[in-house]
Design a protein around this ligand. Structure first.
Ligand SMILES: NC(=O)C1=CN([C@@H]2O[C@H](COP(=O)(O)OP(=O)(O)OC[C@H]3O[C@@H](n4cnc5c(N)ncnc54)[C@H](O)[C@@H]3O)[C@@H](O)[C@H]2O)C=CC1
Length: 388
């Protein structure tokens, strides 16, 4: 059945002011009907609550772009294998979701609207399940990664090197999710800081965010020899295989990680790269040595560090976005931007003013990475304590 996307979008928009009680009702109903599922979610549900509906909002928004929607759903389906999600869980979530929509839309929940939403959820679930089945033929549901390198570059920043127990396919520019033994069932996304290597090693740049459970554990408590759980690689901020344009990479803080990977990959293919690396202070330019080493190996790389919040630091002053504006014409470059959401927005706005076509500018989704877990089953990853 063709979905009446206008009707679905209109009804979803009506729910916006009541998303919090709706989400609470959804999870209460899901767990009441399927009590065993509760134990498979993180002990604290605060962050979790918003995730499912942020994902749903994103999918509803994409209903008019079938190819993009299918790709997004397939990625989510592959990723959900790490939670141990099985086909019955999709049914349970669908029932709770339709019940929650019906309750909060009240008299507007007509049989016709119910039919539309049933079709939309059917499309979501079927696409995710099929992608999960396909992925199961060639990859594990999750990987165990041994920490083989842990360098504290600052009190709140570490560069980790992780060796997955099995080949973990990814492309330069992608990210994966990580779980530590300190916070069971909490997964957080980190960009991979290198292109695929023969030894399979994966570099991660982690800043401990204030109150950040997983990032704090990765920076301050993780050690060489410990194990992490890794989800599959995700994200579409990758090199365009059909392009041979030079690259402008604009990094803010640890947003450097995916751009270093993309730069290395592009340089290996003979493309030239200008990498602007913005940080608040000189000390926070935490990987200048690594970038200098890359530039020494590749004459096609030029690195421009800039510092925004330390007035007497030598060299360029200002944010990476400001630096881009002052440099030159970027309209013939492929541009990649990564960093805090405000920095990405500011850089994209600046690039627009410089007449760089939108389709040449790539960044990960804002304001963060949407996509929360569907429920997990008892076949979910074991707690890491047992592995160490
Ligand atoms: N794929 C991606 O886009 C990735 C994003 N990140 C994100 O990057 C951030 C890195 O955090 P930190 O290293 O603490 O960076 P930070 O907060 O120290 O900021 C880095 C740079 O961005 C500038 N900046 C920050 N907010 C800005 C704004 N509103 N407008 C213009 N410039 C702004 C700062 O002045 C500084 O020069 C985290 O939010 C992390 O989630 C990290 C890795 C990959």
């Amino acid at each position: 059945m063709a979905v009446n996307t206008a009707l679905v979008k209109e009804s979803f928009a009506l729910l916006a002011p009541r998303i919090e009680p709706l989400t609470a009702y959804f999870y209460a109903r899901l767990f009441a009907a399927n009590p065993d599922l509760r134990t498979m979610f993180p002990p604290a549900m605060d962050g979790q609550r918003g995730r499912l509906f942020r994902s749903l909002a994103e999918l509803v928004e994409m209903l008019d772009e079938p190819a993009g929607l299918r790709a997004r759903l397939a990625e989510m389906g592959r990723d959900h294998r790490k939670y141990g999600t099985n086909e019955e869980h999709y049914t349970a979530v669908g029932e709770a979701l339709l019940a929650a929509l019906g309750r909060f839309l009240g008299p507007r929940w007509t049989p016709a609207l119910q039919q539309e939403w049933t079709a939309v959820y059917g499309l979501i679930a079927d696409t995710m399940k099929q992608a999960a089945r396909d992925a199961a033929e060639s990859t594990p549901s999750w990987w165990i990664g041994e920490i083989v390198g842990h360098e504290r570059r600052a009190d709140d920043l570490a560069v980790l090197t992780v060796r997955p127990d099995q080949p973990l396919p990814f492309a330069a520019g992608q990210y994966l999710t990580v779980q530590t033994s300190h916070w069971p069932r909490e997964w957080r996304p980190y960009s991979i800081a290198n292109p695929p290597r023969e030894d399979g090693l994966i570099g991660l740049h982690v800043r401990a965010l204030p109150g950040g459970w997983v990032s704090g554990a990765l920076v301050r408590r993780a050690e060489v020899g410990q194990a992490l759980l890794l989800g599959p690689a995700r994200g579409s901020m990758t090199l365009d295989p059909g392009s041979d344009r030079d690259l402008l990479c604009v990094a803010g803080g640890t947003g450097l990680a995916p751009l270093k990977a993309l730069a290395e990959e592009a340089l290996a293919r003979g493309r030239r790269v200008l990498l602007v690396f913005g940080a608040r202070t000189g000390k926070r330019l935490y990987d200048l040595d690594g970038l200098r080493a890359l530039a020494a190996a590749h004459p096609g790389l030029r690195v421009i560090p800039t510092v925004s919040d330390e007035p007497f630091h030598p060299g360029l002053q200002g944010t990476a976005a400001e630096a881009v504006g002052g440099l030159r014409d970027w309209s013939e470059h492929d541009v990649y931007v990564a960093g805090p959401p405000g920095m990405i927005s500011a850089t994209v706005a600046r690039l627009r003013r410089l007449d760089v076509p939108d389709e040449r500018v790539r960044h990960d989704p804002l304001p963060g990475v949407a996509g929360g877990p569907l429920p997990a089953s008892p076949s979910a990853p074991p707690a890491l304590d047992y592995l160490q």
